[in-house]
Design a protein around this ligand. Structure first.
Ligand code: PRP
Length: 180
């Protein structure tokens, strides 16, 4: 039913699982003995986080934040509102932000700076998708599964008007759906 609104599949479910497995193995080595906190940014990161942690075979903790862009300031401020913060002190902790997509980069740039101010031992970023053509501020992920073109994508956590997050793959939405 949802599939009829999708113009093309950009990243299939199998490709996502394969990439999560590969990244999970890398993170298992990287974070051995460090007990990092994987911080998912709600809501889009949920499916990717859920798959990724299946493939991490060392101790990690999980936490989540909910943020929104701040529209009251200047357009380029890159300041975000924290709607739900993580639940613990992160002084001296290793942090891995887990995201579904980096587009303008404003969300993760602000969060990375904030966590460095909070004296994390390290702050790294893992993203399922990177859309480099959308970038407005300088920030790069440490781990990127797929680099995608500047198209409107939905699925695997990504929404259009809060819908399509439950598609098991990443696809491009038909124009007729959002031009209605
Ligand atoms: C999306 C995505 C990232 C952010 C990336 O979240 O999950 O958090 O936008 O965009 P940026 O690089 O331009 O800052 P969104 O605010 O749409 O919320 P959602 O995860 O609940 O869909």
């Amino acid at each position: 039913m949802l599939e009829k609104d999708i113009k093309k599949v950009l990243v299939s479910h199998d490709e996502i699982v394969e990439a999560a497995k590969k990244l999970g193995e890398t993170l298992t080595k990287e974070y051995q003995g460090k007990n990092p906190i994987f911080v998912g940014i709600l809501k889009g990161s949920v499916p990717f986080m859920a798959e990724l942690i299946n493939h991490v075979d060392t101790h990690i903790e999980l936490d989540f934040m909910l943020v929104s862009s701040y529209h009251g300031g200047t357009a380029s401020s890159g300041i975000i509102n924290i709607i739900k913060d993580i639940d613990q002190d992160i002084t001296g902790r290793d942090i891995l932000f887990v995201e579904d997509i980096i587009d303008t980069g404003k969300t993760l740039k602000s969060l990375k700076e904030l966590f460095e101010e909070r004296n994390a031992a390290s702050v790294k970023i893992a993203t399922l998708l990177d859309k480099p053509e959308g970038r407005l501020v300088e920030i790069e992920a440490d781990y990127t599964c797929f680099t995608i073109p500047n198209e409107f994508v939905v699925g695997y956590g990504l929404d259009y008007d809060e819908n399509y997050r439950n598609l098991p793959y990443v696809g491009v939405l038909k124009e007729e759906v959002y031009s209605k």
